[in-house]
Design a protein around this ligand. Sequence first.
Ligand SMILES: CC(C)(COP(=O)(O)OP(=O)(O)OC[C@H]1O[C@@H](n2cnc3c(N)ncnc32)[C@H](O)[C@@H]1OP(=O)(O)O)[C@@H](O)C(=O)NCCC(=O)NCCS
Length: 149
Amino acid sequence: MVERVSFDNEKLINELQIIFNDVYKQKNELKSEIINNPYTQIYIYKDAEEIKGIIHINVIYNRFEINNIFVLEKYRSFGIASKLMEEIIDLGRKSDIINITLEVKEDNIPAINLYKKYGFLERAKRKGYYNGIDGILMEKVMGSINEKK
Ligand SMILES: CC(C)(COP(=O)(O)OP(=O)(O)OC[C@H]1O[C@@H](n2cnc3c(N)ncnc32)[C@H](O)[C@@H]1OP(=O)(O)O)[C@@H](O)C(=O)NCCC(=O)NCCS
Protein backbone atom coordinates (compact mmCIF):
# COMPACT_ATOMS: atom_id res chain seq x y z
CA MET A 1 0.00 0.00 0.00
CA VAL A 2 0.99 3.61 -0.56
CA GLU A 3 1.16 6.05 2.31
CA ARG A 4 2.15 9.68 2.71
CA VAL A 5 5.07 10.47 5.00
CA SER A 6 4.13 13.04 7.58
CA PHE A 7 6.70 15.81 8.20
CA ASP A 8 6.57 15.14 11.97
CA ASN A 9 7.22 11.40 11.71
CA GLU A 10 10.89 11.72 12.54
CA LYS A 11 11.39 8.02 13.21
CA LEU A 12 10.10 7.07 9.76
CA ILE A 13 12.04 9.86 8.04
CA ASN A 14 15.28 8.66 9.66
CA GLU A 15 14.49 5.13 8.54
CA LEU A 16 13.84 6.30 4.97
CA GLN A 17 17.12 8.19 4.91
CA ILE A 18 18.89 4.86 5.57
CA ILE A 19 16.78 2.68 3.26
CA PHE A 20 17.05 5.13 0.35
CA ASN A 21 20.61 6.32 0.89
CA ASP A 22 21.29 5.75 -2.83
CA VAL A 23 18.85 8.59 -3.49
CA TYR A 24 19.45 10.83 -0.47
CA LYS A 25 23.22 10.70 -0.29
CA GLN A 26 23.87 13.62 2.06
CA LYS A 27 23.44 13.20 5.78
CA ASN A 28 19.87 14.17 6.81
CA GLU A 29 19.09 15.21 3.23
CA LEU A 30 15.59 13.75 3.26
CA LYS A 31 14.81 15.12 6.72
CA SER A 32 15.91 18.60 5.72
CA GLU A 33 13.91 18.39 2.48
CA ILE A 34 10.71 17.36 4.25
CA ILE A 35 11.04 19.84 7.10
CA ASN A 36 12.33 22.86 5.18
CA ASN A 37 10.57 22.61 1.84
CA PRO A 38 6.85 23.29 2.18
CA TYR A 39 6.25 22.14 -1.42
CA THR A 40 7.59 18.63 -0.82
CA GLN A 41 5.42 15.56 -0.44
CA ILE A 42 6.80 12.07 0.00
CA TYR A 43 4.89 8.81 -0.46
CA ILE A 44 6.18 5.32 0.20
CA TYR A 45 5.14 1.89 -0.89
CA LYS A 46 5.03 -0.65 1.90
CA ASP A 47 3.92 -4.23 2.13
CA ALA A 48 4.31 -6.82 4.87
CA GLU A 49 5.67 -3.90 6.95
CA GLU A 50 8.59 -3.56 4.55
CA ILE A 51 9.25 -0.28 2.76
CA LYS A 52 10.07 -0.96 -0.89
CA GLY A 53 9.67 2.23 -2.87
CA ILE A 54 9.43 6.00 -2.62
CA ILE A 55 8.13 8.89 -4.71
CA HIS A 56 9.06 12.47 -4.00
CA ILE A 57 7.03 15.26 -5.53
CA ASN A 58 6.93 19.02 -5.31
CA VAL A 59 3.52 20.60 -5.35
CA ILE A 60 3.77 24.03 -6.94
CA TYR A 61 0.33 25.61 -6.85
CA ASN A 62 -1.62 23.62 -9.47
CA ARG A 63 1.33 21.61 -10.79
CA PHE A 64 3.19 18.54 -9.62
CA GLU A 65 6.83 17.97 -10.29
CA ILE A 66 8.25 14.50 -9.74
CA ASN A 67 11.60 14.89 -8.06
CA ASN A 68 12.33 11.22 -7.76
CA ILE A 69 10.82 7.79 -7.88
CA PHE A 70 12.85 4.87 -6.62
CA VAL A 71 12.17 1.19 -5.97
CA LEU A 72 14.69 -0.98 -4.10
CA GLU A 73 16.53 -3.10 -6.64
CA LYS A 74 15.30 -6.50 -5.47
CA TYR A 75 11.68 -5.38 -5.74
CA ARG A 76 11.80 -3.91 -9.23
CA SER A 77 9.50 -5.11 -12.02
CA PHE A 78 6.73 -6.07 -9.59
CA GLY A 79 4.56 -3.04 -10.32
CA ILE A 80 5.59 -0.95 -7.29
CA ALA A 81 6.53 2.19 -9.23
CA SER A 82 3.22 1.86 -11.08
CA LYS A 83 1.34 1.88 -7.77
CA LEU A 84 3.23 4.98 -6.62
CA MET A 85 2.61 6.71 -9.93
CA GLU A 86 -1.10 5.86 -9.86
CA GLU A 87 -1.38 7.35 -6.37
CA ILE A 88 0.16 10.62 -7.54
CA ILE A 89 -1.97 10.79 -10.68
CA ASP A 90 -5.07 10.11 -8.64
CA LEU A 91 -4.12 12.79 -6.16
CA GLY A 92 -3.46 15.19 -9.03
CA ARG A 93 -6.86 14.49 -10.49
CA LYS A 94 -8.58 15.09 -7.15
CA SER A 95 -6.72 18.35 -6.56
CA ASP A 96 -7.24 19.77 -10.07
CA ILE A 97 -3.60 19.64 -11.01
CA ILE A 98 -3.03 20.80 -14.59
CA ASN A 99 0.16 18.90 -15.30
CA ILE A 100 2.89 16.70 -13.89
CA THR A 101 6.45 17.26 -15.06
CA LEU A 102 9.80 15.57 -14.52
CA GLU A 103 13.25 15.20 -15.92
CA VAL A 104 14.90 11.89 -16.74
CA LYS A 105 18.28 10.83 -18.10
CA GLU A 106 17.99 9.83 -21.73
CA ASP A 107 19.54 6.39 -21.09
CA ASN A 108 17.18 5.45 -18.24
CA ILE A 109 14.95 3.15 -20.27
CA PRO A 110 12.98 1.60 -17.36
CA ALA A 111 12.02 5.05 -16.07
CA ILE A 112 11.17 6.44 -19.53
CA ASN A 113 8.97 3.41 -20.20
CA LEU A 114 7.28 3.87 -16.84
CA TYR A 115 6.50 7.52 -17.61
CA LYS A 116 5.26 6.73 -21.12
CA LYS A 117 3.00 4.04 -19.67
CA TYR A 118 1.29 6.80 -17.69
CA GLY A 119 0.91 9.22 -20.60
CA PHE A 120 3.98 11.42 -20.13
CA LEU A 121 5.24 12.96 -23.36
CA GLU A 122 8.70 14.22 -24.19
CA ARG A 123 8.69 18.03 -24.29
CA ALA A 124 12.32 19.14 -24.45
CA LYS A 125 15.89 18.04 -24.05
CA ARG A 126 18.65 19.43 -21.89
CA LYS A 127 21.75 18.75 -23.91
CA GLY A 128 24.48 16.92 -21.99
CA TYR A 129 22.91 17.81 -18.66
CA TYR A 130 24.02 14.62 -16.89
CA ASN A 131 27.75 14.32 -17.55
CA GLY A 132 27.29 14.40 -21.28
CA ILE A 133 24.00 12.48 -21.28
CA ASP A 134 20.91 14.44 -22.28
CA GLY A 135 18.11 15.11 -19.83
CA ILE A 136 14.60 14.65 -21.19
CA LEU A 137 11.86 16.89 -19.84
CA MET A 138 8.54 15.09 -19.82
CA GLU A 139 5.02 16.27 -19.10
CA LYS A 140 1.72 14.63 -18.42
CA VAL A 141 -1.15 16.96 -19.15
CA MET A 142 -3.94 16.11 -16.78
CA GLY A 143 -7.40 15.71 -18.21
CA SER A 144 -6.07 15.34 -21.75
CA ILE A 145 -6.72 12.38 -24.03
CA ASN A 146 -3.27 11.14 -23.08
CA GLU A 147 -4.32 10.70 -19.53
CA LYS A 148 -4.66 7.08 -18.47
CA LYS A 149 -7.84 6.72 -16.46
C1 LIG B 1 12.26 3.16 -12.83
C2 LIG B 1 11.82 2.35 -11.61
C3 LIG B 1 11.27 3.30 -10.56
C4 LIG B 1 10.69 1.39 -12.05
O1 LIG B 1 10.20 0.71 -10.89
P1 LIG B 1 9.43 -0.70 -10.96
O2 LIG B 1 8.71 -0.91 -9.69
O3 LIG B 1 10.39 -1.74 -11.37
O4 LIG B 1 8.39 -0.42 -12.15
P2 LIG B 1 7.07 -1.26 -12.47
O5 LIG B 1 7.30 -2.70 -12.16
O6 LIG B 1 5.89 -0.60 -11.86
O7 LIG B 1 7.00 -1.10 -14.04
C5 LIG B 1 6.27 -0.04 -14.64
C6 LIG B 1 6.69 0.12 -16.09
O8 LIG B 1 8.03 0.59 -16.15
C7 LIG B 1 8.66 0.03 -17.31
N1 LIG B 1 9.80 -0.79 -16.85
C8 LIG B 1 10.05 -1.17 -15.57
N2 LIG B 1 11.20 -1.88 -15.53
C9 LIG B 1 11.66 -1.93 -16.79
C10 LIG B 1 12.83 -2.50 -17.39
N3 LIG B 1 13.74 -3.17 -16.66
N4 LIG B 1 13.04 -2.34 -18.72
C11 LIG B 1 12.14 -1.65 -19.47
N5 LIG B 1 11.01 -1.08 -18.96
C12 LIG B 1 10.78 -1.23 -17.64
C13 LIG B 1 7.63 -0.80 -18.01
O9 LIG B 1 6.97 0.03 -18.95
C14 LIG B 1 6.67 -1.15 -16.90
O10 LIG B 1 5.37 -1.37 -17.34
P3 LIG B 1 4.83 -2.86 -17.65
O11 LIG B 1 5.16 -3.68 -16.45
O12 LIG B 1 3.37 -2.67 -17.84
O13 LIG B 1 5.58 -3.30 -18.85
C15 LIG B 1 12.98 1.47 -11.03
O14 LIG B 1 13.62 0.81 -12.08
C16 LIG B 1 14.02 2.26 -10.25
O15 LIG B 1 13.87 2.49 -9.04
N6 LIG B 1 15.10 2.70 -10.92
C17 LIG B 1 16.17 3.47 -10.25
C18 LIG B 1 15.71 4.86 -9.91
C19 LIG B 1 15.35 5.66 -11.15
O16 LIG B 1 16.01 5.59 -12.17
N7 LIG B 1 14.28 6.45 -11.02
C20 LIG B 1 13.85 7.36 -12.04
C21 LIG B 1 14.52 8.68 -11.88
S1 LIG B 1 14.00 9.81 -13.14
